[in-house]
Design a protein around this ligand. Sequence first.
Ligand code: NDP
Length: 354
Amino acid sequence: MFRSIFVTRAEDKSVHAALRENTTDDDLGPGDVLIDVTWSGINYKDGMALAGDRGVMRTNELIPGIDLVGTIAQIGAGTRADSLAADSAPDDRSPEADAAGLRVGDAVLLNGWGIGETHNGGLSERARVDSDWLVPLPKGISPRRAAAIGTAGFTAALSVLALERGGLGRGAADGSGEVLVTGASGGVGSIAIALLAAAGHRVVASSGRPEHRDYLLSLGASEVIGRDELESAGRPLQSQRWAGVIDGVGGQTLAAALAQTQYGATVAACGMVGGVELPTTVLPFILRGIHLSGINSVECPRELRLAAWGRLARDLDLDLLDSLTTEIPLADAITAGEQILAGKLHGRTVVNVR
Ligand code: NDP
C-alpha cells in the first residue's frame, strides 16, 4: 500500500480532497507501465483539479498531478489506457515499451496526456501509465529539477519554439524588439523569462505583484510593467512594441498584447488565468499580419516534446531554476493547490512525493 492524494466529487457535487495511505496498484487504472513516482509539482491546473473543477477533473474520483518524475517499476503492468482492446493480455510484456527501449529502473518523466485530468496522475507514490507517454529523463537534469520544470517549464519551452518558428530572432519582426511575458511570476512566466533571456532577448515582464519585481529581474527580465497596463488598454491596434509575446493570462491582457505586437510577429497563447474570452477584432491579424499560436502541452506530439525538453536541457540555467523552486511534501499539496488558485505562489512548486 502507498500514499496518494485523492479528489472525490460526490453526487451532491461537493468536492473532497485528502491524502490516503492505503492506495494499491489496483486503484490506479489502465496503462502498460508502473512508475515509482519520486517528484510531482503544483501547476495552476493541479490547483483546479484539487478544487474539483470539471474543466480539469473529468472523473468523479481522481489522483491529480499533471506531472510526474520517477523510475519504471514494472513493464507490461496492465492494459494500455489508449487501447483497452479485448485481445491485450494484462501480463504480456508491452510491445510499445519494447519499441520505446524502456527498461525497469529507467528514470522517466511525464507531462500531460491526460494524467491528473482523465487518468490518475502524479500526486501519488505510484502511477500506472502508457509507455509511449514517457520521456527519458534528459541527461544533466536531476529528477527534482525535471519536476521543477514540469508542465509549466515545458509549456514555456513550447512557447519559445513557437515564437522562433514565427521568426523571432531571425529578423521577421525586425529582430530587435522586446518580448513580452504575461503572468510573469507564475510557473510558465518565470521559466519563459529565463529561456528568452538565455537566448539573448530583451524581456519585458508583466506582473500584478510589484513585490516580485526584483525576482523577475533576477530571472533575466529587463523591465517589469504592471498587470493593469495591459488590462486597461482598449483599442485593437496600438503602437507596435512586441517582437513576440508569451501570454499565460488570456482575456483583455491577450487582446492588448495583440494590439501592441509588431507587424508579422507571433503571440503564443498558453493560459487563461485572466479569462477565456478574447475581446479583440480581426485588425491585428489582417492589418499587421500577426500570428496567434496556440500552445497545447497535453497532446503535444512526441517529436516536439523531445525538442522542447532538449531546449530546456540546453538553455535553462539550473541554478536559476533552483532559485525559483519551492519544495513541499505530498501532504501539503492540497494547501498549495488552494494557494496557486489564489495567486499566492510564485515560480515553481515541486512536490517531494516520497
Ligand atoms: P501560475 O499560477 O503559476 O501563474 C499564473 C500567473 O498569472 C500568476 O503567478 C500571476 O502572475 C498571474 N495571474 C494570476 N491570476 C491572475 C489574474 N486573475 N489576472 C491576470 N494575471 C493573473 O500558473 P501556471 O504558470 O501553472 O499556468 C499559467 C496559465 O497557463 C494557466 O492558465 C494554465 O492553465 C496555463 N497552462 C497551459 C498549458 C497549455 O498546455 N496550454 C500548460 C501549462 C499551463 P503575476 O502575479 O506576476 O501577475
